[in-house]
Design a protein around this ligand. Structure first.
Ligand code: FE2
Length: 670
């Protein structure tokens, strides 16, 4: 007889224990053990939360190199079936080899579950028939568990989920996350002391009242925004380092529909637009995607959503200053081009219409579509096509934590028929689907890769663009890490081409995420290592750094409502010189709309206490030395970047923290 020492690690998390009987079978290349009941001196406490329990499994002879373990649990006659969360199983063979089998998932039934070793295997490297068979079984099951659904035509497909409990356990929120999320969601209005305001369908009558509501909950940046929101410099700054750093581009020729003249912007002949454009000092933000989208009706009142054009100039002291605003796409006499030289209220009102348009462009295109919905596509495709033993699964699964559930909740509570966004935002309802559809058809692969995106927008050299500076460095660090891991498993391009699972993953993304639009530039297959490495880098970057950049500042910049009104309820001025403070107050959203917007932005800016920062991997999916060393190297590089960002921020009036690796979550989880 030979002995295998088996150690079972139950997770140290709430409700991870099982009191059911646990069985194991070891499967090797040359044979298998019997199905063995894991019973030891510790009795029922062997599988309680945080327990490590050891057992011996004996076989008549060595079963060779281990291929997989089979685990199942059976309830005792009088006990209910419970849910068990094992972290991993370790097996020491009679030859002295140690095998780790990562699990990190709930086992809720009495079926047999198969787990492969921590040494990653691509399909072409998996040369044992039982290994290949278990891959097939796993993927068959996953295709049943993770099915595509269509929320609306023209949008990326999403996971079919009828209610949160029908989400497979492995992708559900933890107990901690669920409790905190619903607590904040349920108490947001109370916490912000807005409760009495949520039914008030009146206009604000003065800014002091808005201040009284706002001052209950602030952040240092939201307070700064409140003090400076009327200033042109902060208006311009937000295009670089606010929640939407993606729209601005260098302008080399004025669009036909934006007839700004030199006289308008350089009334004393100081310079000319041509000269300034040649010097690279002129920038454009064009909200054309919003043009013609059906605006909402809120509290029985028609709302207004503009599709503005904004021209900005880099000043000699490196500030980005707005110099002209046209609120509708088509030039006309009743569509004036507003200028900083106009009356205070005309100019402020024009900027408010732009900020409100930016809310819709940011939330729908930049935040929801380009991070949340795409991250879900990457995750569902991964779960349907890539088995746990695959290096890509091990690499990507930590970057997909909670994404399916947060998106399900967004569909149910934000953009559903009675959702907050649908009821209270200018672009809620019909307009939303129009804007999302247009946004998807404008997403290109290169715009998801930060260095190409920056180059395409001509934003390489503008100073103080911290989103760009931090993002490019983060991309490089992620890219080096991904390259190291993938080069360890794929020795050349033909290995990439041979990996049928990998090819199905990218094809699923192309078809279900980008609706087979070749013009997006998204590949439908990988032919080289370089293509694979770049794509996987983009997937991790999008779910972590990019999402943090466009998510974490929502309350900072949106908490003080006049800086980011989620809707506006009067049309923009059609002529100059008629606006006053009263015009602004009666244009801003009603009191209840303001309260709902503030509470939602508060909720979506909160970090959960089980937040996992970028590059931290509490679950050991990899067990080989090389990937484990690469993870350590990755973490070191992130630490260095974090320290550099903190040092830079010390000298900034408004620190840019959203892409500090310590503040970036591994996945789209909020
Ligand atoms: Fe988010």
């Amino acid at each position: 007889m030979v002995n295998y020492d088996v150690t079972v690690f139950t997770a140290n998390r709430i409700a991870a224990s099982t009191f059911n009987n646990v069985f194991i079978k070891l499967v090797g290349r040359d044979g298998e053990s019997e199905r063995k009941w894991l019973i030891g001196l510790r009795g029922a406490s062997a599988f309680v939360k945080g327990a490590t329990a050891s057992f011996t499994v004996s076989c008549p002879a060595s079963i060779g190199k281990l291929v997989l373990v089979e685990l199942d649990k059976q309830r005792l006659l009088l006990f209910p079936e419970d849910s068990w969360f094992p972290d991993k199983v370790e097996v020491k063979s009679p030859e002295g080899d140690i095998y780790t089998f990562p699990i990190y998932r709930w086992i809720t039934d009495s079926e047999v579950h198969r787990f492969r070793g921590g040494a990653a295997l691509t399909v072409f490297a998996d040369d044992h028939h039982l290994g290949r068979y278990s891959r097939q079984l796993e993927l068959q099951q996953r295709k049943d568990d993770y099915r595509w659904d269509v929320y609306a035509e023209g949008l990326p497909h999403n996971m079919k989920v009828d209610d949160p409990l029908s989400l497979p356990c492995e992708v559900r929120f933890s107990f901690t996350k669920t409790t905190e999320f619903f607590f904040t969601a349920g108490t947001g209005l109370t916490e912000l002391q807005l409760k009495g305001l949520s039914d008030c369908e009146e206009s604000w009558t003065n800014f002091e009242d808005i201040d009284r509501v706002f001052c209950c909950k602030t952040t240092p940046i939201s307070e700064y925004v409140q003090r400076h929101w009327k200033e042109d410099a902060l208006f311009g700054y937000q295009y670089l380092n606010g929640v939407n750093p993606m729209l601005i581009r260098r302008c080399t020729a004025l669009p036909q529909n934006f007839p700004v003249t030199d006289k308008m912007v350089f009334p004393h002949g100081q310079s000319s637009l041509d000269n300034e454009m040649k010097r690279g000092n002129i920038f454009l933000c064009d909200y054309k995607r919003l043009d013609g989208a059906q605006p909402n009706t809120i509290n029985g009142k028609k709302q207004y959503l503009m599709a503005p054009l904004v021209l900005l100039q880099k000043s000699p002291d490196d500030k980005l200053m707005p110099i002209a605003i046209q609120l509708k796409q088509e030039p006309a006499d009743d569509n004036p081009i507003f200028l900083p030289t106009d009356s205070e209220y005309d100019w402020l009102l024009a900027k408010i219409f732009v900020r409100s348009a930016d809310f819709s462009e940011h939330q729908l295109n930049v935040h929801l579509l380009r991070t949340h919905l795409l991250a879900e596509v990457f995750a569902v495709s991964l779960l349907r096509n890539i088995p746990m033993v695959h290096p890509l699964y091990k690499l990507l699964i930590p970057h997909m934590r909670y994404t399916m559930q947060i998106n399900f909740l967004a569909r149910r509570t934000l953009i559903s028929e009675d959702g907050v966004f649908t009821r209270f935002s200018a672009s809620g309802g019909e307009g939303m689907v129009t804007i999302l559809r247009r946004s998807l058809s404008s997403v290109t692969y290169s715009s998801l890769c930060i260095s190409e995106d920056i180059a395409e927008r001509g934003m390489e050299s503008i100073p103080n663009y911290y989103y760009r500076d931090d993002g490019l460095r983060l991309w490089d660090i992620i890219h080096r890490f991904v390259k190291g891991i993938l080069e360890f498993y794929y020795k050349n391009d033909s290995k990439v081409q041979q990996d049928s699972e990998l090819q199905k993953w990218i094809l699923d993304i192309f078809e279900h995420g980008f609706l087979s639009q070749e013009c997006s530039g998204i590949p439908d297959r990988f032919t080289t290592m370089a293509e694979l490495i770049k794509f996987v880098t983009m997937v991790i970057f999008t779910g972590s750094a990019q999402h943090a950049a466009v998510n974490s500042g929502q309350f900072d910049y949106g908490g003080w409502m006049p800086n980011t009104p989620i809707s506006l309820k009067r049309p923009p001025p059609t002529e100059k010189g008629k606006s006053s403070e009263d015009t602004i107050l009666s244009t801003l959203p009603d009191v209840n709309v303001t309260a709902q917007g503030m509470a939602t932005m508060w909720l979506l800016s909160q970090q959960s206490s089980d937040f996992v920062p970028l590059g931290q991997y509490p679950e050991d999916h990899f067990s080989e030395q090389a990937p484990c060393d690469l993870i350590k190297e990755f973490q070191k590089e992130l630490e260095v970047l974090s320290a550099a960002i903190k040092a830079r921020n010390k000298h900034l009036k408004v620190p840019y923290t959203y892409m500090d690796p310590e503040e970036v979550e591994n996945s789209v989880a909020i």
